[in-house]
Ligand binder design. Structure first.
Ligand code: 5CA
Length: 453
């Protein structure tokens, strides 16, 4: 992409309404625009990051053998009356009437609808196990939408639903989700700690939230400092292997880690004093096992070989895809702007032309742009007629992990400059070597290796 042809409405001033750094930086970097309380337009740069996160979520869900579907945003109230949640959900649910005076709602989650799909098409235990998921817009009429897209009213969420014959199988689905979530967050450059949580309106008593530690987090959390030493690393997980998934769950949840809703000071007292920590965290996902709560209420049964009918065991599992952008920025920024982890960056590298209009500099930039693009990478070339200082400030603000700086002086010596946004470290390299280095960095995280179709 050439910046002169792009739509990147960066702001010079710090927006007064934004209380947290991620919200400020998303507005300043021209990623989003507020349209109403908790409701945003996604401008090109923000939309690109949203798509990157969505792709990672799809890839990791498909690896775990979960099947993507898409359910409608506007749903009939009737299904929600069957489960009893039309009344229970309270004011968070946005209720709508159509021209026939029928009750509709904007989906805050989709347990009812997915259970309806299941009961209409599945009747034999042989079709189990089954996990369906979607990535879809949700609406919750939050009392206090705030922190930009982190607590929006309209937000983008991955919601997955497992259907299993027995509790034991459903707990394997729970564990499988936990493993796939750890992998997902890690690819986004985040450490998200699973913590025992409260199930709220979803129901059930087996639930974990995933929290990213950040000063601006809305939840207060209590944990054994050893949990932050756990890293998921490059594990090869066989999702069909029950004991392997159970082992990961045990490893990541046996140390004390709870949110304020489930915190138990007596249990916490057993953690050695120097390891007792409390902090704030951003909830980026939650997994639930709730057994037969919805399947019984809505008649989602399967029949075994002997003709016995039984309600299926279910759970649901959510990732806050849009909220994650805020969490990533909270965890990765400096005074000059965002620092994108390579796995989610909107463009793989910036190209700054120090002397636009200089034939040699222009040619060198074009050549870099072509070679990077030919490798499947997306450069953002700042080809505007602007001062170098302004170009650097824009690149720092939008946070691309790598910047290539091209100018007549370097070109005389046959080199361009490659700078890491994170460390600030620069090195001079022949253009060909710089391209190779970038290709190697991105190849190591499988950029371009997209499974969802
Ligand atoms: N049905 C279950 C699992 S699909 C469910 O709805 N879970 S949830 O309520 O925990 O939501 C899943 C994730 O969506 C949360 O962990 C959070 O990261 C994100 N989320 C929830 N509310 C909002 C909101 N108002 N703004 C942005 N993200 C949100």
């Amino acid at each position: 992409m050439k910046l002169s042809r792009y739509f990147l409405p960066v702001l010079k001033e710090t927006p007064a309404e934004a209380q947290v750094v991620s919200h400020r930086l998303m507005l300043r970097a021209g990623m989003i625009k507020q349209q109403a309380a908790g409701i945003y337009s996604w401008l090109p740069l923000g939309f690109k990051v949203l798509r990157k996160l969505e792709n990672i979520v799809h890839e990791e869900q498909i690896k775990a053998n979960h099947i993507p579907i898409q359910m409608p945003i506007i749903q009939s109230a009737d299904l929600w009356r069957e489960s009893g949640r039309y009344d229970d959900y309270g004011q968070e649910m946005l209720r709508i009437k159509d021209r026939q005076d029928r009750d509709l709602l904007y989906t805050p989650t989709a347990e009812e609808m997915v259970t309806d799909i299941f009961r209409s098409h599945v009747s034999s235990y042989k079709d189990l196990p089954l996990t369906l998921y979607q990535i879809q817009w949700k609406f919750r009429d939050e009392i206090r939408p705030r922190f930009g897209i982190m607590r929006g009213r309209e937000f983008y969420m991955k919601d997955g639903y497992n259907f299993d014959l027995t509790k034991e199988d459903a707990l394997h689905s729970y564990n499988r989700h936990l493993v796939s979530y750890l992998k997902t967050y890690e690819r986004m450059g985040l450490q998200a700690i699973p913590m025992r949580a409260d199930s709220g309106p979803i129901g059930g008593d087996n639930t974990h939230e995933f929290l990213v530690l950040a000063e601006t987090g809305e939840s207060e959390v209590f944990y054994d400092s050893k949990v932050t030493d756990l890293t998921f690393g490059d594990r090869d997980i066989n999702y069909a292997d029950k004991s392997a998934c159970q082992a990961v769950l045990d490893e990541f949840t046996s140390l004390y880690a709870r949110t304020d809703e489930t915190h138990d000071p007596n249990l916490f007292a057993k953690v050695p004093k120097e390891r007792q920590k409390s902090a704030r965290g951003i909830e980026v996902g939650q997994i639930f096992y709730f057994g037969t709560k919805y399947s019984e209420a809505m008649g989602a049964h399967v029949t075994d070989d002997a003709g016995n009918k039984m309600p299926v065991h279910m759970g649901s599992h959510g990732i806050g895809v849009s909220r994650l952008i805020g969490a990533i920025i909270e965890a990765s920024h400096d005074d000059n702007g965002i620092i994108w982890p390579e796995g989610v960056t909107p463009f793989h590298c910036g190209i700054v032309n120090l002397k636009q209009g200089d034939p040699e500099a222009d040619d060198a930039c074009e050549a870099l742009y072509k070679s990077l693009s030919a490798l499947g990478l997306e450069p953002l070339y700042d080809d505007r007629n602007e001062r170098a200082g302004g170009k650097f400030a824009t690149m720092d603000l939008i946070g691309l992990p790598w910047r290539l700086t091209v100018g007549p002086r370097g070109l005389k010596n046959g080199v361009v400059e490659l700078t890491s946004r994170k460390s600030g470290h620069s090195e001079e390299l022949p253009p060909k070597d710089a391209v190779e280095k970038l290709a190697a960095i991105y190849r190591s995280i499988n950029v371009g290796d997209f499974l969802f179709n």
